[in-house]
Design a binder for this molecule. Structure first.
Ligand SMILES: Nc1ncnc2c1ncn2[C@@H]1O[C@H](COP(=O)(O)OP(=O)(O)O)[C@@H](O)[C@H]1O
Ligand SMILES: [Mg+2]
Length: 175
């Protein structure tokens, strides 16, 4: 699978070992994230096939849509590479770059536009190589037994508070 390189010291905030015992817990994390994200945010979703990247993105996107009174299917962008949504005034871009053969293709996909005030959720972010924005939230999902474990790494100061809040909210869910 694709691995994350550690962020520079002092630039990151990490919340690992967030237990996602079942698919409902993954949805909860997605709903939690929906309450914390906004225009210009980039979320890179790392993990093997079947780790839950699409599930997490779907829960986030559907929660944001629901807040604007919208209900839409959120299919995996496996073949389209990008799916876009409008949650009120917030454009959402959901990308699955597994099939991207060259970072030059990113221009055709219009992902730059997403960075100008949209929310961008990226599966297989390693495919972006140097084009992957340095300021972002990395979420790594790993299979552990029947469930999953999430590790959140915020790169850039804007994520620190939000990661703390996400962790608190997930702990409250467990209680
Ligand atoms: N925390 C979890 N525990 C167990 N199964 C999960 C969990 N989260 C998601 N799943 C399931 O794992 C599968 C993940 O698929 P998907 O989200 O498409 O993965 P990916 O996009 O990483 O390939 C789905 O069947 C989903 O219901
Ligand atoms: Mg997927």
């Amino acid at each position: 699978m694709s691995r994350i390189t550690p962020p520079p010291a002092g630039q990151n905030h990490i919340a690992c070992e967030i237990a996602l015992v079942n698919a409902v817990a993954t949805d909860k994390l997605g709903e939690t994230l929906a309450g914390l994200v906004g225009p210009g945010d980039v979320i890179a979703l790392w993990g093997d096939l079947g780790a839950g990247k699409t599930s997490l993105a779907r829960a986030t996107i559907q929660t944001l849509l629901a807040a604007s009174g919208l209900r839409e299917d959120v299919p995996s962008p496996t073949f389209t590479l990008v799916q876009t949504y409008e949650a009120g005034t917030l454009p959402i871009w959901h990308a699955d770059l597994y099939r991207l053969s060259d970072p030059d293709e990113l221009i055709e996909l219009g992902l730059e536009e997403a960075l100008e005030g949209g929310l961008l959720l990226i599966e297989w972010p390693d495919r972006m190589e140097d084009e992957l924005p340095a300021e972002r939230l990395d979420i790594e999902l790993k299979e552990v037994g029947e469930g999953r474990v999430a590790c959140l790494t915020g790169r850039g100061t804007s994520w620190e508070d939000r990661i703390n809040r996400a962790q608190e909210m997930m702990v409250q869910n467990d209680a």
